[in-house]
Ligand binder design. Structure first.
Ligand SMILES: Cc1cc2nc3c(=O)[nH]c(=O)nc-3n(C[C@H](O)[C@H](O)[C@H](O)COP(=O)(O)OP(=O)(O)OC[C@H]3O[C@@H](n4cnc5c(N)ncnc54)[C@H](O)[C@@H]3O)c2cc1C
Length: 415
């Protein structure tokens, strides 16, 4: 699993020879390589560096304009594809980078440090759209769709509707069979990436008499007749498009069903569990971005004849924020590694998403105050992190829904 396992083993053997022979013997006898939670492969570290450069050099200069204009720059979307960031886990055969899930998490985090809007575009495309196809599509479907999604076509995940948000499986969009096609009628709300996307995963009910067990996932392209309606004007992540979609007798070929008829609910639940780690990474990156933007300023800004960070009142606030960021980081990476190791991770993902969104709000809100008046202006970009942070407690399951998931695990364990 970890490519640096060999190096870690060498370190354990060095320990055996020197200071802690009994501990090191226990490690190697168990066959385990014990690493800190922020241990990354060389490939993952290289990816972090290259995404950091892309985010700083290419995204950074455009952040404010994109936020003001509520528009994603097409060059940024192209850049994400050119950088290989739109098929991170996809196999090389399908034009992807064939990297780990943690690599996707790292990319989402690094992008969010600079712009959470760009981060969520990459997140939805990778952790929801690509993952559904990698896990549930047939080989023919993968051969057809994954190369497009790796190389040039942006994807959207269309589950929520006006009347079904937290209760997602109460969705009203219907699909009726007509020969070798399905005809979809209904609408979706809040769909990320939808203004720019060309490929859509649409959840519709093929047999309402079966309740949520009629929900089925379809893949469609915009030119099949998807109507992109109202674009929302939002508090935060304003460069990320969020639109209503209408389907008026949208005809989709039978071969575009992903994962089988009536399997949509299962597929959505499983994918959203993974997706939540992506949102945790977005919120983690956001918190770090706000922290790193303001903390250096607190050492250069003088009041009462000394740097404001030298006052205990402020330095303790920075210390608490650093602790919060560290805890969100460890929870996010741990959930990601558990998923990679094939361990149960739904509880850890819910915890990481819940906590990282709390930390993002606290740290970005604090950052405005540490910067004083300038933090409150749009020019510095600090207030944008705070506006962007609110969404972490809403999409891919609100904070209450995460608490509900965690509470169910506690009940299972203790009742
Ligand atoms: C910017 C943005 C992007 C989005 N992107 C997508 C996307 O790409 N694809 C997609 O399918 N959806 C997307 N969504 C939809 C998002 O997932 C929903 O908004 C979210 O699930 C909440 O649903 P709701 O807005 O209907 O709120 P509601 O479900 O009406 O919730 C309102 C409040 O009630 C609380 N509540 C609801 N049920 C319970 C309960 N059982 N116990 C306790 N409290 C409860 C919630 O926690 C919340 O505080 C997006 C939303 C936004 C705002």
């Amino acid at each position: 699993m970890f490519r640096n396992a060999a190096r870690s083993l060498t370190a354990v053997r060095a320990l055996q020879r020197t200071h802690q022979p009994s501990l090191a013997r226990a490690f190697s006898a168990s066959g385990l390589t014990l690493n800190s939670l922020d241990t990354f492969t060389e490939e993952e570290q290289m990816l972090r560096e290259s995404v950091r450069r892309f985010a700083t050099d290419v995204v950074g200069p455009k952040v404010r304009d994109m936020d003001e204009q509520e528009q994603m720059d097409p060059q940024i979307i192209k850049g994400l594809f050119d950088q290989g960031l739109m098929g991170i886990e996809t196999s090389a055969d399908h034009g992807g980078a064939e990297s780990s899930f943690t690599s996707a998490i790292i990319a989402i985090e690094e992008l969010a440090k600079v712009d959470p809007s760009v981060s969520v575009m990459c997140d939805v495309h990778n952790t929801l759209v690509n993952t559904i196809l990698r896990k549930y599509a047939t080989k023919d479907q993968q051969d057809k769709w994954l190369p497009l999604l790796s190389e040039s076509k942006l994807g959207s995940f269309c589950l929520s509707e006006t009347g079904s948000g937290s209760d997602a499986f109460a969705l009203q969009t219907r699909a009726k069979k007509d020969g070798d096609h399905w005809v979809i009628n209904g609408s979706k709300m809040w769909i990320t990436n939808s203004a720019e996307a060309e490929i859509f995963l649409i959840f519709a009910n093929t047999d309402p008499s079966k309740g949520y067990k009629g929900i089925t996932c379809f893949i469609a392209t915009k030119d099949m007749g998807i109507q992109i309606a109202k674009k929302e004007q939002k508090l935060g992540i304003r460069a990320s498009s969020t639109c209503t979609l209408n389907f008026d007798d949208l005809r989709i070929p039978e071969e575009n069903i992903i994962g089988g008829i009536g399997r949509g609910y299962k597929l959505a639940i499983e994918i959203l569990n993974e997706g939540r780690i992506g949102i945790a990474a977005q919120m983690l990156g956001l918190a770090i971005g706000a922290f790193e933007k303001v903390v250096p300023y607190t050492y250069t800004r003088h009041q009462f004849g000394q740097p404001i960070a030298s006052f205990q009142g402020l330095s303790f606030q920075l210390a608490r924020a650093a602790i919060s960021i560290e805890s969100a980081k460890l929870m996010t990476y741990n959930a990601a590694r558990r998923k990679e190791e094939g361990k149960e991770f739904a509880k850890e993902a819910a915890m990481a998403k819940y906590w990282a969104s709390v930390v993002a709000q606290e740290v970005s809100g604090g950052a405005i105050e540490w910067a004083g008046g300038v933090g409150f202006t749009r020019e510095t970009g600090v207030e944008k992190f705070w506006r962007d942070s609110k969404i972490g407690a809403i999409y891919e399951g609100t904070s209450n829904i995460q608490l509900q998931t965690i509470a169910k695990f506690i009940q299972k364990e203790y009742s």
